[in-house]
Design a protein around this ligand. Structure first.
Ligand SMILES: Nc1n[nH]c2ccc(-c3ccc(NS(=O)(=O)c4cccc(Cl)c4)cc3)cc12
Length: 288
């Protein structure tokens, strides 16, 4: 069974990323023990033990059930007695947009191609009634110059038929600068709050993930940067005054309008990923 990986053949190479509950690491899976094995990305749960376990199994089941060209491929899992399962994914050598964009100043057409592919992957996720809850440039991986994939589903939740929101207890270090206003105020997550996070991710792409223009940096500036003592209340007040991230220098007017609509205070006024895919495609056509 190619989806079963034995821990004894996993050779650690380097870290790929770390989240609140987990860690992603590059391993060589080398059963012949001659260096000819394949490189895989392995996500492990930080040993929090206990309650996190069922959420972890859910994450593995969710990724296993997703098949889309803009979603990282599930390869299998590794179950060792007494330890939590390891999630084995395909390895993309170019890493996430956070690593890729600062090195490759993309033009607007390629930025829009990446944005459109994120919308296609997210439209597929929403079609299966999942909300992502952590869409950000750091969680988008680069296969090559013309293909990106959503690479982490650690906060993804299923929204039952007939429901609109998913409410969460406050969890660890939430990515508040990617959160829609209703998530900050009422912890209400929905398909529409993913649209808000996509708008922030599109802003990151258009600023080439330049840390001087990053969402945290810009929001701190807009709040008067009181020694970084940003409270969630400070961010909520700013957003309630209709303040939003500024239009990036290279950003065409119609793309800025699209981003601002993703940040509409009223969730139901935000576009869907299907609509965004079509609108971005139309804008891209004007560059051909
Ligand atoms: N280069 C890669 N090939 N395959 C991968 C699978 C996941 C990842 C990955 C995906 C997401 C991140 N972002 S992250 O912010 O580091 C993160 C967020 C939530 C949970 C964790 Cl454990 C890590 C970092 C790395 C990278 C690769």
């Amino acid at each position: 069974d190619p989806s079963v990986f034995h821990k004894r053949y996993l050779k650690k190479m380097r870290d790929l990323g770390e989240g609140h509950f987990g860690k992603v690491t590059l391993y060589l899976y080398d059963p012949a023990n001659d260096g000819t094995g394949e490189r895989v990305a392995v996500k492990a749960l930080k040993q929090e033990g206990g309650h996190v376990h069922e959420g972890w199994m859910k994450e593995i089941e969710i990724l296993k059930s997703l098949y889309h060209s803009n979603i990282v491929k599930y390869k299998g899992c590794c179950t060792e007695l007494g330890e939590s399962q390891l999630l084995i994914m395909e390895y993309l050598p170019l890493g996430s947009l956070r690593e890729y964009l600062p090195k490759r100043k993309l033009g607007v057409p390629q930025c829009l191609l990446f944005a459109q592919q994120i919308c296609q992957g997210m439209d597929y996720l929403h079609s299966k009634r999942y909300i992502h809850r952590d869409l950000a440039a750091r969680n988008v991986l680069v296969e090559n110059d013309s293909l990106v994939k959503i690479g982490d589903f650690g906060l993804t939740k299923y929204i039952p038929e007939g429901e609109i929101y998913y409410r969460v207890r406050e969890d660890g270090d939430s990515p508040v600068f990617w959160y829609a206003i209703e998530c900050l105020k009422e912890s209400k997550f929905s398909f529409s709050s993913d649209i808000w996070s996509f708008g922030i991710t599109l802003y990151e792409i258009l600023t080439c993930c330049d840390h001087r223009q990053s969402p945290p940096t810009k929001f701190f500036e807009m709040m008067g940067n009181v020694q970084g003592q940003m409270t969630v209340m400070g961010l909520i007040k700013l957003l309630e005054k209709q303040r939003r991230l500024p239009c990036p220098r290279e950003c065409p007017h119609e793309v800025n309008m699209l981003m601002q609509q993703c940040w509409h205070a009223e969730p139901s006024e935000r576009p869907s990923f299907k609509c965004l895919t079509e609108r971005i495609d139309a804008i891209r056509q004007t560059y051909d």
